[in-house]
Design a protein around this ligand. Structure first.
Ligand code: GLC
Length: 748
């Protein structure tokens, strides 16, 4: 029994960690991997490439649900390299002991879980966090998630999801950073750094996974898993940048996508997973399929049978088969028949074993199974404070007519109404399976703890999230008539966004709009708090409410974070990472659109417009109000003409013209007005900066741009800038901007 582990330790000792640090060098790791590969049978190699889920949890179509003892035997036979949806130090220790002590070579297992926005302390859904535009806070959120998750035996998270999404009908827009490639890239970088820390050898860091490569968010009709088809230019300028940013930040793993891209399923797409990912970008980490996405190539009609699907995935560059059982079933035959070489197998196994070494699992397979640490770190007060902080920063003030907000915490009576106001179950949002909903603070609880002892808090649900039962609306109206102000919490349930949760409409579900209308008719100050996982089309709510807070799903500290903003303890600073349309019929609607040859300028018939609705969004990308006001002035460039090799320096003055301190996210956009033969977007976000200003205070904010920032995939398909006129725009959202121009010169 102990022989195997001793052999492994011996193999590893030949590349013993350099004395000054426990962490093995790359050379030591590769030597150890070479030695181990020589020891492994083909069956054991294929076992490393096979990942299975615990029989109790499924995040995809259930395949052959197995009894866990069947997995125990497969571990002993060296047929499993990794489990997903497997956590707690106790369960992971049990499985790891079988792998290390009862299999021939004792190779430790990798345990993976979708820790998307927290393990036990749940943070805002990623789309919500993106609204904070606070990269430090976003990195800290991922760091805390890793600290808690690794204490429970988790080595690997399938996050960050970096899919750009321009269509809020797609439920998984909730999991990403919204519609913009630059913001999405900056956030991808922050999240990878948070999860992976400074070294994977640290016990509180874990493998991150940039997913789903690629263009999954471009699903036709916003319908999950649907076809995606686009030019290489759009793929490279819109959908790939966040993946490249994640790789530049050192992301250890990549997950392939379910969707077909330009005719080829992403999981069998060599152009994506080898030519771009490895040959162009130099990625040398691990590529894992999505849940049975290899098998689904048969259903796509891109493989005649499971064996061909496995062959195509291998040829494309997928190292590990998640839950498909196809590598296990067919790679032997594919190697014996020469369709796949053992060299290819060795390459995939090397990617897997390298990461197990980097995590220190060969040195100590149980270093992440620490029940005592698990008890100590989950829900740690510091984590709850951080969650409350980023949750408040994620809130976007969409409207505040006649300064309805902030509310007076000493008011006599406040009416808290709506199907989400006292609803623990929904607050964590999608992809929070390891969380504990009953530990989350509801809006009603948050308000109750925030108001004065003299304030009476009245509550009615009013209606359900989805049903057509209007019987509670009258009671809610009667309650509201007694109050000084109404806080109405409406929106979606947690399971209306996330995977396989697309909606054909973007309105408030059920009869919630009737509740809004009935309460608006009371003429009481009406504050609408939105809880949702996507942009909603809510023009009537915008018309009827006095104030609107977009709060997404904020997780464990929901009630406290919203109350901090409602009563002015925190001045809201969130900015929308996704455009809010007036109507679902406008979708796809995004700020970095093309001009067309007949833009709708409000004049003439033959222009690009609808007969029945305005082109403009309800709220534009980058939009968010504050309890104070910010004035922009003196946009200046340090040069009017820019030689290609030079840097353009931009300054702008921002003044807090209100009476409260506040944070502003200053956004810098460009427009390449005339690129040869290629139409460029009317705006492209290229930089942003967050500044805090006291009342009356003003600051000069500076940005620098160089030729790379003006580069795009030209008509000759080279990624390079073109000489010509460039618009430079700066503002507090993508619509209201100061503007100036500069001319990019040709040559050096
Ligand atoms: C799902 C998702 C993927 C997730 C995986 C494991 O189908 O598409 O994002 O990481 O399965 O849960």
């Amino acid at each position: 029994m102990k022989y195997r582990y001793a052999l492994l330790a011996l193999l590893f000792l030949c590349c013993k960690p350099n004395p000054q640090s426990q962490e093995p060098t790359e050379t030591e790791i590769q030597t150890a991997v070479d030695n181990l590969l020589r020891e492994m049978s083909l069956s054991e190699k294929i076992g490393q490439m096979s990942q299975y889920s615990q029989p109790t949890i499924a995040s995809g179509p259930e395949r052959n649900p197995q009894k866990s003892d069947m997995y125990h035997d497969m571990i002993r036979e060296g047929k499993i390299g990794s489990f997903l949806w497997t956590w707690t130090s106790e369960i992971t220790r049990e499985l790891q002991e079988i792998a290390v002590n009862e299999s021939r070579l004792g190779i430790p297992l990798l345990f993976a879980v979708d820790i998307i926005h927290g393990y036990k302390t749940i943070f805002p859904i990623p789309l919500g966090e993106a609204a904070s535009w606070d990269l430090d806070a976003i990195e800290q959120s991922a760091r805390i998630a890793a600290i808690e998750a690794t204490a429970a035996g988790i080595h690997w998270t399938f996050a960050p999801m970096v899919d750009i999404a321009r269509d809020s009908r797609w439920g998984r827009i909730a999991e990403g950073a919204g519609e913009d490639p630059y913001l999405g890239s900056e956030i991808a970088r922050a999240r990878v750094k948070g999860f992976q820390g400074n070294s994977l050898y640290e016990k509180n860091t874990m493998l991150a996974c940039a997913k789903h490569m690629a263009a999954y968010g471009a699903a036709e009709g916003g319908r999950d898993y649907n076809t995606t088809d686009m030019s290489d230019r759009v793929l490279r300028e819109i959908y790939l940048p966040p993946f490249k940013a994640a790789i530049d930040a050192g992301v250890a793993t990549i997950m392939s996508a379910f969707n077909e891209l330009n005719g080829i399923p992403a999981t069998g797409n060599r152009y994506l997973l080898t030519e771009i990912l490895r040959q162009e970008w130099g990625f040398d980490g691990l590529v894992v399929s999505d849940w049975t996405s290899i098998n689904e190539m048969v259903i796509h009609g891109a493989a005649a049978d499971d064996a061909e699907a496995a062959e195509l995935a291998m040829l494309a560059g997928v190292d590990m088969d998640m839950m498909g059982d196809l590598y296990q079933s067919h790679l032997h035959h594919l190697v014996q028949s020469g369709r796949i070489s053992e060299t290819q197998i060795d390459q995939s196994v090397r990617h897997i074993l390298t990461l197990k070494h980097k995590l220190g699992l060969f040195k100590d397979p149980f270093r992440y199974c620490d029940a005592e640490r698990e008890q100590h770190v989950v829900f740690h007060p510091d984590h709850l404070l951080a969650a409350r902080d980023i949750a408040a920063k994620s809130i976007v003030l969409l409207k505040n007519r006649t300064r309805t907000l902030p509310l007076e915490p000493r008011m006599a009576k406040i009416a808290v109404i709506g199907p989400l106001a006292d609803n623990h179950k929904e607050l964590n949002g999608t992809w929070a399976a390891t969380g504990e909903a009953d530990r989350s603070v509801t809006l009603l609880e948050g308000i109750t703890s925030a108001v004065s002892k003299e304030t009476e808090v009245l509550y009615e649900k009013g209606c359900d999230i989805l049903s057509d039962d209007r019987s509670g609306i009258d009671r809610a109206v009667q309650l509201a008539q007694q109050a000084d102000a109404i806080v109405l919490n409406v929106g979606e349930s947690a399971d209306m966004s996330g995977e396989a949760k697309s909606r054909a409409d973007l309105d408030l579900p059920g009869v919630q709009l009737d509740l809004v209308k009935a309460l608006a008719a009371t003429q009481k100050p009406l504050v609408v708090v939105l809880t949702n996982g996507r942009a909603l089309a809510i023009p009537e709510v915008d018309e009827l409410a006095d104030a609107i807070l977009e709060t997404w799903f904020l997780g464990t500290q929901t009630g406290h974070a919203i109350s901090d903003v409602l009563f002015g303890k925190v001045n809201p600073s969130g900015k929308l990472p996704v455009t809010f349309p007036r109507h679902v019929g406008q979708i796809p609607l995004y700020y970095n659109h093309k001009n067309t040859g007949r833009p709708d300028l409000g004049n003439g018939d033959y222009t690009s417009k609808y007969l029945d609705i305005d082109n403009e969004p309800l709220y534009p990308f980058g939009f968010g109000l504050s309890y104070t006001t910010f004035e922009y002035a003196d946009l200046k460039l340090d040069k009017q003409t820019l030689p290609m090799k030079d840097t353009l320096n931009i300054t702008v003055k921002i003044r807090n013209s209100g009476n409260r301190k506040g944070r502003e996210t200053v956004q810098l956009y460009i427009r390449d007005v005339a690129a040869r033969a290629i139409g460029r977007p009317v705006k492209e976000l290229k930089r942003f900066a967050q500044i805090d200003l006291a009342p009356g205070e003003e600051k000069i904010v500076g940005f620098s741009l160089n030729a790379k920032d003006f580069s795009f995939y030209r008509h000759d398909n080279r990624f390079a800038p073109e000489p010509g006129l460039i618009k430079i725009m700066v503002g507090g959202n993508s619509k209201n901007v100061l503007e100036t121009t500069c001319t990019l010169l040709s040559g050096v």
